[in-house]
Design a protein around this ligand. Structure first.
Ligand SMILES: [Zn+2]
Length: 196
């Protein structure tokens, strides 16, 4: 596995003569730029591909590729080069992002007005984690709805979640109040999410 920093020491450029030669050689060839396959060839290819699955990268190939690239650090100069090369180019997914029919962001049915970053911030905060733990301890790590408790030999894992009795969204001042929290297992918690 290659590791370390790759520094490009000299830039490679083909001479004009060489380029002409290559162009001469490729002219009219099957894989040359601008070459068009004959209808006959296209039909044959189509016939050959029929009933076959479209190409899909296997998990092994994917992980191999990932592993090959792990531990490679690009030098600052190299990064700069890449950045320069990409400047002014259109990202491939821009058409999708700018499409008026896109079901993303404000056009998405589940858009709540851009509150996600704020919620995520809270959910990762140590205050919130402390609040959740305090609720669990008070309720003795037991679901207050169905009474299920996580312990060995149950055969399955019980995921406990702390539910806000008065909603997170409408009562910001009660978000970290232990009395406003209740321990529920994931299944029971999911039930509360549909009640409005
Ligand atoms: Zn439950």
């Amino acid at each position: 596995m290659p590791t370390g920093v790759y520094v490009r020491t000299k830039s490679w450029k083909h001479s004009k003569e060489w380029k002409n030669k290559m162009s001469e050689r490729m002219r009219g060839k099957q894989y040359a730029l601008g070459y068009r396959h004959s209808e006959e060839f296209k039909r044959k290819m189509s016939e050959m591909r029929k009933g076959k699955k479209p190409y899909k990268m296997t998990d092994r190939a994917r992980s191999n590729m990932s592993n090959t690239h792990k531990g490679i650090h690009l030098s600052e100069a190299h990064k700069q080069h890449i950045s320069e090369a990409l400047k002014g180019k259109t990202p491939k997914n821009l058409a999708l992002i700018n499409s008026p029919n896109k079901k993303m962001g404000k056009n998405h049915w589940n858009w709540k007005g851009g509150i996600t970053p704020f919620r995520t911030k809270i959910w990762h905060s140590s205050e919130y984690k402390k609040w959740r733990m305090a609720v669990f301890i008070r309720d003795n790590f037991t679901c207050q709805f169905c009474g299920v408790r996580s312990h060995m030999g149950l055969g399955k894992t019980v995921y406990l979640e702390a539910h806000h009795i008065k909603s997170f969204k409408d009562y910001p001042e009660l978000r970290l109040v232990v009395e406003n929290g209740i321990t529920l297992c994931r299944e029971c918690h999911n039930l509360t999410k549909h009640i409005k």
